[in-house]
Design a protein around this ligand. Structure first.
Ligand code: DGJ
Length: 777
């Protein structure tokens, strides 16, 4: 019989919770019978490791701080006589609150029934359950996840006066390098004294983090992802100084500008060395993530929803989205390995786990709104010749939409362009041997549309104010179940009639006037969140009804690329930026969290439509090849040499993708400046690499899971004068005494040589791109 390894326990002292597996340990301690403190999050400790709370947590508090007496039986009255006191401001808390001594950022902030905001949370009880407990209506792990046996620990905290109760949930799995955490907040349940319950049901939540972790020092850097449209997810590394450092958005989507992800690492941490602790939110709406460094030089790391205000009642809790917490003792590579594993094996639907993504050809940059049945059939034919396996009919196929000013919401086929409907178009595409996919933007409506004329009350808007337009469109109110039902029927009809097996699900504007015409006054503050719940409900229903359809997540490129949507969308359109040089950093940064097969990467024509830059076809191919590969161009408009290059690219992709699906994606050291030193393993260059400040040089590789095959990519966008381009060292090869042969040149390399000396880069001129395909002998 298989015995499930131990992953969660309350130690025999009755006060210490230890969660862990082969990847991490996470420890909490109930101090003085009431304070749930955070002791440890890091490398696995072993179940019998000594854990003396005093060695982790107590700091002598100076006189001027608010202090409380120590001891299980201590009460307020003991204060003057207490031998020993401490300040809550000095304790590491598991779910801190503001107002009773801890002056740092609270994990939950609320207005209580009596209008006050000072909170206290004390330990009450705990439960350990087999299996995954999940926040209601929010994504966590798939039921058929592949991460081993699961255990959920729930720790109950309550305000001693009875206003508020908080349940902290922790999911730990045998084979998951991530710990999942979320909180559930209720009014009134923690009351010890029935007479104090009055007014409990009107507790108003202003903020509730999914995770807050107090780390023991301030000797850290913080890494976040920043950007804008067409420049998403550039890694930014900052030194943590005293004070609060945050990223976040209230745009109603996880956004182009930042991402629901934060990592805190040692200043010396590199791609392959040092400690990194990272959090990513399984959520697609407004959020805030960051780190506070306090007066004692300790760091409080947080992630959670933002832009939320809502009331809770005893039987109506607020459940936060879940956060995935990853600890790595092997730098950023270890962190990304962990995220890639949990996304692949736990978050993405099992059907797509080992199904390589098809080579795509998309109509958008090939023909924009200039579509018709004949052009699509020709594109399928030409696409097949360069290796495409899936054609996606993008924007412009419906109603009167000839540009972006009209028709969103009117999802009927434009019969002028497609006289026989979409069925025959899909058939023509399939006759060429390609699958057929379709673009939709269901969450939006154009003011110039029948849907808006019929249902002006279905958009997000503030009463008696003109709603703001963005890209000539309004946002439908997905907090309204009638709208969600309508969209379910509408998208189902499109899928049935078009027979599409692939959907590019777009969303092209940020939220403004995030208010719902059908919500009551006190529910308006939660509209942005209930919109996201409506979106998840809609997508969950569609995926159940159409399990064979692959949904690609898109939001003006990568404006909503997060682990929440990943639960429904096994592929993202990473960015509207298809310029090879600009793509390097976008893909590099996205790979911190996302495995390569989830990142749509298409070769487009030159000059590039966004940057106007002309790069060689081979550079464009290699830039895209390690990801979910495809084309965003009309092959008929390309010259013969470039078409031949694309054919070669598609062939290579078909070989590479099987390796990539089960293998590892590893970022390599950037080919760096004069002298050719490559620093994959330490020092300033590796640090700069994560900061993204080295002029765009990038390198990465795909390694087969048994180490038998390597696809190594290196890019050097700009030539520099009088410089040895150096060598690229290949770290951590699984088989150390192996010999590898270059599939193109036949040249042989010892693994030790690759590791210590590396591959010579060579080449001259701008836009250099190299691929080595090495096979173990
Ligand atoms: C934004 C997407 O990112 C593009 O790829 C394209 O689908 C357009 N929307 C269509 O309007």
């Amino acid at each position: 019989m298989m015995v499930s390894p131990r992953v969660a326990e309350l130690r025999s002292d009755g006060r210490t919770f230890h969660l862990g597996n082969g990847y991490f340990s996470y420890v909490m301690h109930i101090l003085d019978g009431r304070y749930l403190t955070h002791l440890y999050w890091g490398a696995p400790l072993g179940w019998n490791a000594p854990l003396d709370p005093d060695s982790f947590i107590l700091v002598a508090a100076p006189e001027y701080l608010a202090t409380v007496p120590r001891g299980e039986d201590a009460t307020e009255g003991d204060w003057p006589r207490a031998q020993s006191r401490f300040s809550l401001d000095t304790l590491p808390f598991e779910y801190p609150v503001w107002g009773t001594g801890d002056q740092r950022r609270g994990a939950v902030e609320a207005t209580l029934g009596d209008g006050t905001g000072a909170m206290a949370l004390e330990y009450r009880s705990y439960e350990i359950h087999d299996g995954v407990r999940r926040p209601e209506d929010l994504p966590l792990l798939r039921d058929d996840h592949n991460l081993g046996g699961a255990t959920t620990l729930t720790v109950h905290l309550a305000d001693p006066r009875g206003d508020v109760a908080v349940a902290l949930h922790y999911v730990v799995l045998d084979r998951s390098p991530a710990l999942f955490r979320w909180a559930s907040i209720t009014a009134g349940e923690g009351s010890q004294d029935a007479s104090s319950r009055e007014g409990a049901s009107v507790v108003e939540i202003h903020r509730a983090e999914s995770a807050s972790v107090d780390l023991p020092t301030d000797h850290y850097d913080m890494v976040t992802l920043a950007g804008s449209w067409a420049r998403e997810r550039h890694p930014v590394r900052t030194v943590l100084t005293p004070g609060r450092h945050t990223v976040g958005t209230r745009a109603g989507a996880s956004s182009h500008q930042t991402s629901p992800f934060v990592a805190v690492c040692e200043p010396e941490s590199t791609e392959r060395t040092g400690e990194v602790r990272a959090m990513a939110l399984l959520y697609s709406g407004s959020f805030e993530a960051g780190a506070d460094v306090d007066q004692y030089g300790r760091c409080r790391m947080t992630i959670g929803i933002d832009g939320y205000r809502g009331t809770v009642a005893p039987d109506d809790p607020f459940q936060t989205p879940a956060a995935a917490l990853v600890y790595s003792g092997t730098g950023f590579t270890g962190m990304s390995d962990a995220f890639h594993t949990v996304v692949r094996e736990g978050i993405v639907a099992s059907r797509w786990r080992s199904t390589p993504r098809k080579t795509t050809i998309n109509t958008w940059e090939a023909m924009y709104f200039d579509l018709n049945a004949e052009r699509i059939a020709t594109l399928a034919q030409d696409g097949r010749k360069i290796g495409a396996e899936l054609l996606v009919l993008d924007d412009g196929w419906f109603s009167r939409r000839r540009d972006d000013t009209t028709s969103l919401g009117d999802w009927w086929v434009n019969r002028d362009l497609f006289p026989e409907g979409l069925g025959p178009v899909a058939d023509a595409v399939r006759q060429e041997g390609l699958e057929f996919g379709i673009w939709i933007e269901p969450e939006m409506v154009s003011p110039e549309s029948d849907l808006y004329r019929e249902h002006p009350e279905w958009i997000l808007r503030v009463d008696r104010r003109k709603p703001t337009q963005a890209r000539n469109q309004y946002t439908l109110d997905l907090s309204n179940p009638a709208v969600v039902d309508f969209l379910f029927e509408t998208v189902s009809t499109i899928l049935r009639e078009s027979t599409a097996t692939y959907v590019k699900w777009d969303m092209n504007r940020q939220m403004t006037e995030a208010a719902s015409p059908i919500s009551r006054r006190h529910d308006q503050g939660s509209v942005m969140h209930r919109y996201i719940l409506g979106l998840y409900d809609l997508m969950a229903r569609l995926i159940t009804a159409f399990p064979h359809v692959l949904f690609e997540g898109c939001a003006g490129g990568g404006g909503r690329m997060d682990l929440g949507l990943a639960h429904f969308a096994p592929r993202f359109w990473t960015s509207d930026q298809t310029d090879a040089v600009e793509r390097l950093d976008i893909q590099y940064g996205s790979s911190l969290v996302f495995p390569p097969e989830m990142m749509g990467a298409h070769v487009s024509t030159v000059p590039n439509h966004v940057t106007g830059r002309t790069t060689p076809a081979w550079t464009r191919v290699l830039t895209a090849l390690a990801f979910s590969y495809g084309y965003e161009l009309d092959p008929a408009e390309q010259n013969v040499e470039d078409r031949a290059t694309f054919v070669r690219g598609s062939e290579l992709y078909r070989r590479l993708r099987d390796v990539a699906m089960t293998g590892r994606f590893v970022r390599l050291g950037s080919p760096s400046g004069a002298g050719g030193a490559v620093s994959a393993n330490g020092g300033a260059a590796a640090r700069t690499m994560i900061a993204g400040g080295d002029g765009g040089s990038r390198a990465w590789m795909i390694v087969a899971d048994d180490g038998s095959e390597l696809f190594i990519f290196a890019f050097r966008p700009l030539a520099r004068p009088n410089e040895d381009p150096g060598a690229l060292r290949i770290p951590s090869l699984p088989v150390s005494d192996a010999i590898f042969r270059d599939a193109d040149t036949g040249r042989r390399y010892a693994a030790a040589h690759l590791r210590t000396r590396g591959l010579r880069l060579g080449g001259s001129g701008d836009f250099q791109a190299r691929l080595w395909h090495l096979i173990r002998e």
